[in-house]
Design a protein around this ligand. Sequence first.
Ligand SMILES: Cc1ncc(COP(=O)(O)O)c(C=O)c1O
Length: 484
Amino acid sequence: MREWTREEIQRIGYRVVDLIADHLSTLPSEPAFNPVPPALARQLLSTPAPADPVSPDEVLRLFQDTIEPYPFGNGHPRFWGWVNSPPAVMGVFADALAAAMNPSCAGGNHAAIYVEHQVLAWFRELLGFPATSMGLLVSGGSMATMTALAVARHTKSGVDVRVNGLRDARAPFAFYLTSEAHSCARKAIELLGFGSASIRTIATDVDYRMKVDALEAALEDDRARQVRPIAVVATAGTTNTGAIDDLDAIATVCRRYDVWLHVDAAYGGPAILSTEYGHALRAIAKADSVALDPHKWMFVPVEAGMVIVRDADAMRSAFSLVPPYIRQAGSAGEVYGPPWFSEYGFQQTRGFRALKVWMAMHQFGLTGYRAAIEENITLANYLADRIFSARDLTLMAQPSLSIVCFRFVDPSLADEPATAALNRALLERLQLSGEAFLTGTELRGRFVLRACIVNYRSTREDIDRMLEAVRRLGRELLEFGIRK
Ligand SMILES: Cc1ncc(COP(=O)(O)O)c(C=O)c1O
């Protein structure tokens, strides 16, 4: 393969920058969602691998025609589905620059390693973790949770899991979480070999927060039955409603029962910068481990998750395995640098994720993040107020952080199934309309519309437009029926 000249790289690179600029600046005037037409989907799924090289201009044309017009939607000011944000522009460029350097961040004495350490130190400070703790950038909250619970297993199971797995264990194990914990906790517990039967589902209060007395009762009960507790997974910003568990009280209970406390702050963690929620989130500092996703409320392009574990030695001891083909024992620090990240997690070759976090954090600064997050919280409160004062809308949970759950209601809707069916139909129509993008969820078995505002592009006018569309679609459905 012939090497590209500097001029060729520049020419194509400038075209790429134009595409990025066009994409990001025209998104707000495009529909919030534009599904891939069936014919294009078929074409994309059936096109064989290119047998011969294709010119970069042609590749960019293909991108422009068949890929760029059908984004996920999360760059749009009225996209409030799941927990997905628009990207910080410097984060976008960072991905290209990181790929140009293309290091492996397994370890070594190169700049990317120090950038990751620097970013981790910033987050340790933000969350109040000691300088002796250790962390990693990972793909997202799921991998962060998996990593943290693997360290919890190593530390709390009382058996040498690395050698014998769990087969030597005499007592059954238990994990403690609520129905509101993200599904990744259950997946991790399953993958770590405990099985979901080891999960004690702790009751929640009216605001979907873990009931601390119920947690204590479950731990007491398990102690009496010789069940070995491994970890409590508390949530600082649940996916459904943004609820923040009482981290302070939970940490006290965990200490009393010698249980690992993992705090899932994947979504809510950055709100520690806000005036409204800073206080409630400060007790994250009491956790044994924490997950926080810069790719959620810090606008870093996906994938960018983070795990921090208080006990760095425990983390290393849970994962470290250094074969001779990686590096010679006792070899020079000038080549191999500080302890390798790959000794603290499962992944060996690791991308330069830290650069996009580092660049996005420079773009916003902590004051910029505080302002953006507080603005999102204000918008959520505005949305909740508007719903509260509307006759045809009902708030379905106390809004917390930047999540608002609600639904369209009408006296003619006879019962719960009819209301749920109308709202399900309404949600799909809203998504396909391109006016705004919400997702749905279930709260205590009831289907609700859910807006999660982690979007620095959103304004009050966007909220008003979404509500207008919801009401219009709701009325149409009432008038013409769901199967119009
Ligand atoms: C509270 C919470 N924890 C964990 C996750 C999983 O994170 P990821 O999707 O980045 O793996 C999510 C995703 O939305 C989440 O909201």
